[in-house]
Design a protein around this ligand. Sequence first.
Ligand code: ZN
Length: 171
Amino acid sequence: MAVRNIVQRGDLILQKKSRPVEKFDERLGQLIDDMKETLIQADGAGLAAVQVGVLRRVCIVDSLCKENTSAREFLELVNPEIVKEDGQQENEEGCLSVPEERGITRRPAAVQLKAQDRHGNWHIYSGKDIKARAFCHEIDHMNGILFTDRVIRSVHPRNGKQTGRNTQRRR
Ligand code: ZN
């Protein structure tokens, strides 16, 4: 396994649409393993392949989504598609590709998605609250969308204080 560099905002690859995974081979497994190592090192909750420069529809999401724990388990989502969504939430989001910014976004309160694993088998996953946000955030990455495109209120990254809508938005 190897830690890969996380692409930062400003790199145009983050605006590109990722292609579906068609080959479930060793290279895909290697990519997913590297993404896990990269995410652990960066201490994030989720990572899409485009964030390590690979335009394929692959992401990993922390399945526990708990802070202050060293226990990490990751869902491996290949070609994920949201099949059901419910309700609405407005909560704070951030991104390893936009480390200097956080903001409040509007997301479904709960989502159900189908996704393949590294071997090509389909599974159904459900998530609510922070996990629903993570699922939507990573699928957005696969469509070239950053959370900053969805921010309804900015949040100061240091003290968590909300500021005016446009004060910290940069594209
Ligand atoms: Zn992100």
